[in-house]
Ligand binder design. Sequence first.
Ligand code: C2E
Ligand code: MG
Ligand code: MG
Ligand code: MG
Length: 280
Amino acid sequence: VAKELGRNRYQFYAPEMNMRALDRLTLESDLHRAIERNELFLMYQPQLDLKTENVVGLEALVRWRHPSRGLISPGQFIPIAEDCGLIIPIGNWILESACTRRAYWASQGLTTGSMAVNISAHQFRQADFCDRINDVLLRTGLRPDLLELEVTEGVIMQGIDQVLNKLNLLRELGVTLAIDDFGTGYSSLNYLKQFPLHCLKIDQSFTRGLPNDQGNEAIAKAIIQMGHSLGLKVLAEGIETKEEENHLKALGCDAGQGYLYAKPLSTGDCEEYLRVTHRD
Ligand code: C2E
Ligand code: MG
Ligand code: MG
Ligand code: MG
């Protein structure tokens, strides 16, 4: 009987494990063709000045329209792309597409502030990363100050000398730098003050439940005060309610992004949003 049970259990679990490994493998091989087959696309989420409600930026967020599985979120495929090195061509495609779009909207007289692009660890650590940024600016003709690069704490708090070099080079190019998901990683304040940064993005887990969540209230307040003391702009991610917005305003937070204002929008919807709500 025990043997029977054991075998049944084996049969139950093993195929599932194989499925997961297989799943990843097939996703990875599908991902190889995703760019050339035009399956990747960007959505854009507006970032608003909390005082004026003007759009001060857009964040580009990548999506994968898989031919048989439908829409796949970046949380599912970016880690795979990171592991197998595909993040380099994919990251370049994202940069190129976002800059091209922003330059086009500028030519249409649409005010959107900067275009924020998420940069993954592997991408940032490439020796020629700054050259790639320079290339994409030259190719697309985008004004450098309209490109904002989002990196996480984990990416810039490792290998400080090289990182500082890179960040300074990027600053010389004229692009701006934001720390994404701030507060979820480990930041050395000593390095933070040396880095040529422009913006701290408070992670959405700390925006949640303001002002009633006392822990989050303390953290949001501390990040805003510290950011301002260091001369940085502070943006809160994931604002979903008026209460969260009101409290962040009261704390002096500069900008916000979240479902309260707009979900990530398709190119067409974003253009419509910009035309209707904000014009030069
Ligand atoms: P992130 O950069 O922190 O992006 C914010 C995420 O929060 C986005 O999820 C966005 O859709 C979601 N979000 C925005 N407002 C709200 C809100 O009010 N409530 C809630 N619950 N969620 C909100 P998304 O698009 O699924 O992206 C997830 C993560 O995947 C991003 O986190 C980023 O780390 C990564 N990612 C997205 N696009 C790219 C990309 O082009 N390149 C790279 N390397 N990573 C990307
Ligand atoms: Mg981001
Ligand atoms: Mg974030
Ligand atoms: Mg995140």
